[in-house]
Design a protein around this ligand. Structure first.
Ligand SMILES: Cc1cc2nc3c(=O)[nH]c(=O)nc-3n(C[C@H](O)[C@H](O)[C@H](O)COP(=O)(O)OP(=O)(O)OC[C@H]3O[C@@H](n4cnc5c(N)ncnc54)[C@H](O)[C@@H]3O)c2cc1C
Ligand SMILES: NC(=O)c1ccc[n+]([C@@H]2O[C@H](COP(=O)([O-])OP(=O)(O)OC[C@H]3O[C@@H](n4cnc5c(N)ncnc54)[C@H](O)[C@@H]3O)[C@@H](O)[C@H]2O)c1
Length: 486
């Protein structure tokens, strides 16, 4: 029988991804004791299989293409991309899938790591089947935080479940670049990984049931589609996938709705993600999925989960943050949620927070409602924050928008034949920026200015005095405000 360890902590965090690490950091800084339970690698999806390796695979191709697009520099580019050093660069950033550095940070920060799979057994109670063979019965004095991340959504396609397809983990940890590569899905993971593989030498096809990047304005998505086509990516948009097969010679065949059959050596399914809440024991505290649907948690602005059973002392004990909370699937926003949740747990433990925190206080994830910045790291990039015009109008806001191609001195100097597009969404009643989208090479760094303008509710007539430097791509801000009528 496994050795039983009974331990008590102020806070127990389930999942040591970026979000869990940040919650733990905040509660320990606030003077509470904390255990973090991790079933795989400390650092989670972003560090080893998502943001970091995908950006490390993309960056060499972007750097090369940028040089190739600048007269003078292009003449100095005499070689094509060699996959071996690119994979080595990726391996460096993932620390070869070793988490020793992240574990040392936990030790230095005073967070106790328990390696194993956690399960909630009752209010404030967590059971862990330890990787060391021991069993841990943990009790939290103040809070349990679900930071268990997300898992890929796999569509119901005839034959798909019987073939050895990749999810994003397979693609980001690739060892041999496949000659022919099919990507199913038209979202962010799809376009980023399709471009990375195309630039590493694969012959890539994307199959998407709608257009690419449906969460972003069409003009921005069209620029990404043009960039992918320029890299030789074959786009099958607005099409269903009816069947997937895999033959003994390790070739995949994907049959589309119009009867077209595509063949490849590898298939990536990148069709979205859902919170990882299976087998967490949430039913033990009254949180059951609706019939036929996966469980979703509802949280307040501090990350407190609604509807969790109480142990008679206080119902305020179960929190969720990051992908597990289910509203935003982005590292930076998950970390923001983690900071609010961690600080709210400390404030409730110290008796300085009663009820729901004030909007825009440090204990509330208010920006989730107004300003979620996100960047698609393709070449060209798409950088977007806040609602689109359509989303703003749907919310009943009196909104308008201005759009224009990016054509300023900074973009002309950036590269030959620079193609870009920008949009500002404006609240007509308050005369402030609600949303912004920039598409084009090198626009990611423009985004934070927009996020500040939205969160700070900077009046447009004051924004006019924020003068962009010459000659930068930021001059597009001036053009947008001029087009708006300032
Ligand atoms: C291909 C790809 C690229 C991406 N690129 C970006 C990007 O460039 N920028 C960006 O902002 N976002 C990006 N994302 C999204 C980002 O990866 C996630 O939003 C982020 O990793 C979520 O962090 P998290 O801590 O909530 O979850 P995770 O990082 O998934 O961590 C959850 C942890 O919980 C552990 N766990 C789960 N259940 C248990 C249990 N029962 N017991 C113990 N441990 C458990 C898991 O092992 C895992 O380590 C990308 C996603 C993908 C798929
Ligand atoms: N740069 C970044 O910040 C970055 C990069 C990659 C992923 N991510 C995050 O990770 C999450 C997951 O990425 P993703 O690209 O898998 O999800 P996504 O939600 O961005 O895109 C999912 C795509 O799959 C398609 N799809 C869904 N069901 C389908 C079906 N049954 N058949 C065919 N197509 C189907 C959708 O139409 C959509 O095009 C995203 O929410 C994103 O926030 C972020």
């Amino acid at each position: 029988m496994a050795e039983e360890n009974i331990r008590e902590f102020d806070v127990i965090v389930i999942g040591a991804g970026t979000v869990g690490e940040n919650v733990a950091d905040r509660v320990v800084r606030g003077g509470l004791t904390c255990a973090i339970v991790e079933a795989e690698l400390v650092g989670g999806e972003c560090s080893y299989w998502a943001c970091i390796p995908s950006k490390a695979l993309l960056r060499p191709g972007t750097a090369l293409h940028t040089a190739q697009s600048v007269p003078g520099a292009s003449d100095a580019v005499t070689k094509v991309l060699d996959p071996a050093p690119v994979l080595k660069y990726r391996d460096y950033f993932t620390n070869k899938w070793q988490d020793d550095g992240a574990v040392q940070w936990l030790v230095d920060t005073g967070i106790e790591l328990i390696r194993g799979r956690a399960r909630i057994t009752g209010p404030r109670e967590v059971q862990v089947d330890g990787k060391d063979g021991a069993s841990y019965s943990l009790k939290a004095h103040h809070a349990v935080v679900v930071a268990s991340g997300s898992t890929p959504l796999i569509p119901k396609i005839d034959g798909l479940r019987n073939v050895p397809y990749w999810t994003t983990r397979g693609a980001t940890s690739v060892r041999h670049i496949p000659k022919r590569f099919i990507v199913l899905g038209g979202g962010v993971a799809s376009v980023e990984l399709a471009q990375a593989f195309a630039r590493l030498g694969s012959s890539v096809s994307i199959v998407a049931r709608g257009r690419l990047l449906s969460a972003f304005p069409e003009e921005a998505a069209d620029l990404v589609a043009a960039g992918l086509r320029a890299d030789g990516v074959d786009l099958h948009l607005g099409t269903d996938t009816t069947r997937v097969e895999h033959d003994p010679d390790h070739a995949f065949s994907v049959t589309l709705g119009d009867g077209t059959v595509l063949n490849s050596d590898q298939l990536l399914v990148a069709t979205g993600r859902r919170p990882s809440l299976d087998n967490l024991g949430l039913e033990n505290v009254g949180l059951d999925a609706e019939e036929g649907k996966p469980l979703r948690l509802t949280t307040d602005s501090s990350g407190l989960v609604e509807g969790a059973a109480s142990d008679g002392t206080s119902g305020l004990w179960l929190y969720a943050a990051g992908d597990a909370a289910g509203s935003v699937f982005l590292t930076h926003q998950g970390k923001y949620e983690a900071r609010a949740t961690g600080d709210a747990i400390v404030a409730r433990a110290k008796g300085t927070l009663h009820g729901t925190p004030k909007a825009w206080s440090a204990l509330a994830k208010t920006a989730d409602e107004y300003a979620i910045p996100s960047v698609v790291f393709t070449d060209p990039e798409v950088a977007s924050v806040g609602p689109s015009l359509k989303q703003a109008l749907q919310k009943g806001i009196n909104a308008s928008s201005v759009e224009l191609p990016i054509n300023v001195s900074g973009s002309q100097l950036h590269s030959e034949n620079y193609q870009g597009w920008a949009q500002l969404v404006v609240d007509e009643d308050r005369k402030v920026v609600l949303g912004a989208t920039f598409a084009g090479p090198g626009v990611a760094e423009l985004l934070h200015g927009a996020t500040i303008a939205i969160v700070g509710e900077v009046p447009l007539d004051r924004l006019w005095h924020a003068v962009p430097s010459f000659p930068t791509i930021s001059e597009v801000w001036l053009r947008l405000l001029e087009k708006y009528g300032l």
